[in-house]
Design a protein around this ligand. Structure first.
Ligand code: GLP
Length: 263
């Protein structure tokens, strides 16, 4: 696993956006590039960069098919707090993606179990996810795979922890009670099946979780620690997020990335 440390969030976001753009641009144009996407504040800097690149003409999403990680249950796609709405506002409306290539679980699906099975099947039909971009919750979760989730899990319905509801309450008038209690989420196993995983982590509120995921062992209580078992995983973060890492760990990863960081 690579840990790429940048001075601040903006630099980390620019690096990650360029990395993904390079992967999309150099991909076989006869095959769709299947990209997994997250919501939350962490990927916003990357999305802003994608939009800039699209405007400049250095990146096109014509050949990109997307699968979002998760969606709140009970919110329709036009609800301002739904993840579909978030994606439309912050990315999809500003790039040249073909709308039929966008996949997000339907928060209003009548048969949630079936929705999960269909989602996994849709990913498989597209040939699997080439690159999964993600963020991390302050308790170390990936997508909505809360502590204790099976590291072999697939797309399913999960109940959100109080910590996650409190963290996400900022989008719901600051009231954790307004945050839906359940969500569709891809599983840890679904993320692990992607051929590459790139996670962006920013800020001190993530430092404790980053330490657990990088310095401790693979553990279902910090589901992002699954990345230690992935053949091609990158965590890109800012200095603030490294606050709880050992000085030696930070030096070690910075040293390894010396030649790569400006590429
Ligand atoms: C939610 C999402 C995750 C996201 C996390 C962190 O729990 N399901 O995919 O990584 O929030 O959000 P933020 O980036 O806003 O800190």
């Amino acid at each position: 696993m690579r840990l790429v440390i940048h001075q601040d969030y903006v630099r980390a976001s620019i690096w990650a956006a360029r990395y993904i753009a390079e992967r999309i641009n150099s991909y076989d144009q006869n095959k769709p590039f299947v990209l997994g996407l997250p919501t939350g504040s962490s990927p916003l800097g990357i999305y802003r960069e994608f939009i800039k690149m699209k405007k400049k003409g250095t990146l096109s999403f014509k050949n990109v098919h997307t699968f979002n990680m998760d969606e709140y249950i009970g919110l329709p796609g036009n609800h301002p707090q739904s993840y579909r709405f978030f994606m439309t506002q912050n990315l999809f409306d500003h790039i040249d993606i073909d709308k039929k290539n966008i996949n997000i679980p339907d928060g209003m699906a009548k048969d949630p179990k079936k929705e999960c099975i269909l989602y996994e099947e849709a990913i498989e039909k597209k040939g699997g996810i080439e690159l999964f971009l993600g963020g991390m919750g302050s308790d170390g979760h990936i997508a909505f795979n809360e502590p204790g989730s099976s590291l072999a899990s697939r797309t399913r319905v999960k109940t959100l922890t109080e910590e996650t509801k409190i963290a996400n309450a900022r989008f719901f008038d600051g009231d954790p009670k307004k945050v839906p209690s359940t969500a569709f989420t891809v599983g840890v196993g679904t993320v692990m099946d992607a051929r590459e995983v790139l996670i962006i982590v920013s800020g001190r509120s993530k430092a404790r979780a980053l330490r657990a995921c990088v310095e401790e062992g693979v553990n279902h209580m910090w589901t992002l620690s699954c990345l230690q078992m992935h053949p091609k995983a990158i965590i890109v973060c800012d200095e603030d997020a490294t606050e709880e890492l050992k000085v030696g760990t930070v030096r070690y990863f910075k040293d390894i990335e010396k030649g790569n960081i400006n590429n």
